[in-house]
Design a protein around this ligand. Sequence first.
Ligand code: ADP
Length: 393
Amino acid sequence: MKIMSINAGSSSLKFSLFDMATEKVLISGLFERIGIEGSSYTLKYNGDKIKVEAELPDHSVAVKILLEKLIELQVISTLEEIEGVGHRIVHGGDKYTKSVMVTDEVIDDIIRFSDFAPLHNPAHAVCIKAFKEVLPKTPMVVVFDTAFHQTIEKSRYLYPVPYHWYEDYHVRKYGAHGTSHRYIAIKLAEELQNENLNIISCHLGNGGSITAIEKGKCVDTSMGFTPHAGIMMGTRSGDIDVSIVPYVMEKEGKSANEIMNDLNKKSGFLGVSELSSDSRDIEDGIKQGNEKCILAEEMFVNSVVKYIAQYYVLLGHVDAICFTAGIGENSIDTRLKIVEKLAPLGIKIDVEKNNVRGKFAKINSDDSTVDVYVLPTNEELMIAKDTMDIINK
Ligand code: ADP
């Protein structure tokens, strides 16, 4: 069975075509700058990578090129071979607690929830419609990034603000990266053959979030009403005192939107280091003794440790701390610094075992109170698996 996993942004479309029997990616790629001058697409296939400049006025042109290429490259011989398409959806509001088959109502809801994810949800809807045009008979499934967090209790998802903000405007915690955290919960349960694990899942990428998982269910997560909240990130500040917003608005004569842009795109690693949002550049800076890089890294580590400690208490008993995504899977130094700060909880790293990148590994020392793992995430596969499961039902 071949299933296509789709992740569409406002000007991009990422895809992976899976052979579900082997869970292997047959071909993957990225369409960039859709609707913007200088658009192109990249395909990864059979160990090769090709990049092609092409006019991509909208998502439907990208979808058409994508399907033509699959046939041209003989990855498939007819479009019917694609038995399902799964779409990643950033926001499912508080309505969707799991992945569902695409219907007109679902598409309307995705558009309705655009207020919460203005850059992403409209693009998802456009992309689903583009696929429906070319593959009208192929079943399609949507996988919501917020769904996994819908098991959080009300006392944890509400903000201590006037209650009617919640009732009238749906102001509450929704969380993000749910597909990744759910993958980690399922994969670790599989690896350890234990479905009753309490896990602190640390998705540390360009965006980052930490989730407390009790026996497969999310009990709290660091992102909030939007993916802005929680730990410090590549270009996002994470949690800050909200009074900073009107204060700097006045100082710099900026609008709320401009300040939000600063907090989203010019903060985090980039803001503090004044150098880069990429943790690899920060690591290089640290090696050269750049003080702002040293400071940025320390602030990042502190923000992660704060959430791990909080969720350690919330869960009462923790079986595993999992590091995943770009930084979590690859940054040996950052993991070391984080785990070293967890010493008061008796959590200890094994420096040798931690010397690993991008593969499943247990990295704690034998006398650690909690096991610590590196576990590569695979959101695309999670989307494809949900799609297959729902179609087969
Ligand atoms: P996103 O999907 O949120 O864009 P990723 O999960 O790809 O982000 O993570 C991007 C981050 O991971 C960047 O800060 C990057 O520097 C870091 N990263 C990726 N590969 C490595 C590596 N080999 N060593 C250290 N950091 C890495």
